[in-house]
Design a protein around this ligand. Structure first.
Ligand code: GUN
Length: 297
């Protein structure tokens, strides 16, 4: 029985952050200022607070400026829009991230579409969605871009491979499919209404699972030798009433069939913030007119 190579996203993200730190230092030399990333958190969702704190620490550790704005949960839409406009106009701010999800009374699309697309380091603005789908330079959502980096690192060229993306969200599934298409994969997007999901997954050389259903994809569905990227982060009840994190893939059974697989935690998860810093540094170079070999990041 074969045993898959474990794709170490934590180590890859550390390497990426080291390259970012080097290039952030050269940017500071060239531009006479640090690259700046602004993060806006509305409300006090504990998971979001942890995430925002981690972003802030990693931004500073990479030699970039972190601007953090914590607004109360009852912030009005007008006030949040005014804050985004202020950040759009601030020359020290290269990238803007408004932490999602937002409290229910705030229209996420309206906030995203107010962000300057050239500061939209999340790649959520329709301008960046359009740029991605037409092959123009823009910003690509961090998690799917992180997945592509791991795939390229493991497989080299992805050209001609069969790729199946499970999940059709705007944040992961759809941009993931676009990125795989840009790498010349044959791409299928599967979702909750897909008939014979198992049969669709079985033909894939690359499986990207992003559905948010714990351990849904079984090892028996996987083509032997396939590369499996697990985007899911699900907290389930483990032994003795303790909770544990699992992905969308049943790791134990999949690891005995796949050629390579990302673990949860330690696979795709650590890539997201590292790619966010990468996007912010790219934004800084573009906004300041400083040259950067973007492919080297
Ligand atoms: N909430 C969880 N992940 C993300 C992310 O990548 N971007 C934003 N804006 N909010 C998030």
């Amino acid at each position: 029985m074969s045993t898959a190579e474990i794709i170490d996203g934590k180590a890859f993200a550390e390497g990426l952050r080291a390259r970012i730190a080097e290039m952030a230092a050269s940017f500071e030399q060239a531009a006479g200022r640090k690259a700046g990333l602004a993060v806006v958190l509305v409300g006090a969702d504990p998971a979001s607070e942890v995430y925002v704190r981690s972003k802030g620490k990693q931004t500073v550790a990479c030699g970039m400026e972190s601007f953090e704005y914590k607004l109360p949960a009852d912030t009005s839409e007008a006030d949040l829009l005014a804050m985004v406009e202020q950040l759009n106009a601030d020359p020290a701010v290269d990238g803007i991230l408004v932490q999602l999800p937002l409290p229910g009374h705030l229209d996420e699309q309206k906030i995203i579409s107010t962000t300057n697309p050239d500061k939209d380091v999340d790649g959520f603005h329709v301008t960046n969605v359009g740029r991605l789908s037409t092959g123009l330079p823009g910003f690509v959502p961090c998690t799917p871009l992180g997945c592509i980096m791991l795939l390229r690192d493991r497989l080299g060229s992805l050209s001609g491979l069969e790729a199946v993306v499970i999940g059709r969200s705007n944040i992961v599934g759809k941009p993931m499919a676009q990125l795989l298409l840009a790498e010349s994969c044959t791409v299928t997007i599967a979702h909750s209404r897909t008939k014979d999901l198992e049969g669709v997954v079985r033909r894939a050389d690359i499986v990207v699972a992003a559905v948010g259903r714990p351990e849904m994809v079984k090892g028996s569905w996987i083509k032997p030798g396939a590369t499996v990227i697990d985007v899911g982060i699900n907290r389930i009840e483990g032994a003795e009433g303790k909770t544990k994190l699992v992905g969308d893939v049943d790791f134990a059974s999949a690891a005995s069939v796949a050629g390579a697989i990302t673990p949860v935690p330690g696979g795709v998860g650590p890539m997201t913030i590292a790619v966010l810093l990468r996007n912010a540094l790219v934004a800084a170079h573009r906004n300041a007119g400083v040259a950067l070999d973007e492919a080297s990041l």
